[in-house]
Design a protein around this ligand. Structure first.
Ligand SMILES: NC(=O)CC[C@H](N)C(=O)O
Length: 234
């Protein structure tokens, strides 16, 4: 475990997108939990980390910049050993299969057995917020505000005996009708597009942006549920 003064180091991929917002949110959690926050721009930065957050932004741009920085393969290797949390664009990078990619496809880490579609609810104007009830969050009786901005949708989970179990962490509330032309009808409760947060093994993806709220409970949840347990196994 790469610890600095007995601390746990959580990296944030800082190539493009909302990495500063994650840094602010994580620093609030860090003060209570001996965590060093590291902005990751090179393979050397990544080496220092015990876990990683990939922020929202544009997944095609993040992947291209990661390739240019020589980070794609190190990220794939990292994901085999250490926890990654992908938010929105970061969720796309973690997915095994992505639909609606840019022409010619895009590089992925493929760390979670999930199919997502980019911009599943439509464009920026169809962004929306939804109150999410999330078991396992501190004060879970208080809904967590999911901020969905040109968000991907989960089209399918691919559980199999060969991969770690997949846990649905949060779904859109029954009756949510996103303003999107892509889903203007009320979603059926077991429609996979209602799934907006998933854990598989040590990784987590959220199709929304916890870093854009002032509510740090998802950052706490990632540390408690994904990061700390992975350290005890390493
Ligand atoms: N808010 C976001 O991260 C948007 C993700 C972006 N639409 C993509 O496909 O990469």
């Amino acid at each position: 475990m790469s610890q600095v003064q007995g601390k746990l180091t959580v990296g944030i991929l800082a190539l493009q997108g909302a990495f500063a917002e994650h840094q602010t949110a994580l620093q609030k959690v860090a003060s209570a939990r001996k965590i060093t926050v590291c902005l990751v721009r090179t393979p050397d930065d990544l080496q220092k980390c015990d876990a990683l957050i990939i922020p929202g932004g544009e997944s095609t741009t993040i992947a291209l910049l990661a390739k240019l920085a020589g980070l794609l393969e190190p990220l794939r290797q990292f994901s085999k050993e250490k926890p990654i949390w992908g938010t929105c664009a970061g969720a796309i990078l973690l997915a095994q299969v992505v639909e609606n990619t840019k022409k010619g496809g895009q590089d992925l880490l493929g760390s979670m057995s999930i199919t997502v579609a980019r911009n599943g609810w439509g464009s920026q104007v169809e962004s929306f917020e939804a109150p999410l009830s999330v078991d396992g969050l501190r004060n879970s009786e208080k809904p967590f505000t999911g901020v969905f901005i040109r968000a991907p949708v989960i089209l399918a989970l691919h559980p199999s005996p060969d991969v770690p179990p997949i846990h649905v962490v949060a779904r859109l509330p029954v009756g949510t009708v996103p303003k999107s032309s892509a889903a203007s009808v009320q979603l059926d409760p077991d429609d996979p597009r209602t799934i907006v947060a998933v854990r598989q093994g040590k990784h987590m993806m959220t199709t929304f942006h916890p870093e854009l709220t002032k509510d740090g409970r998802f950052h706490e949840y990632f540390v408690q549920t994904c990061v700390l347990p992975s350290l005890s196994m390493s």
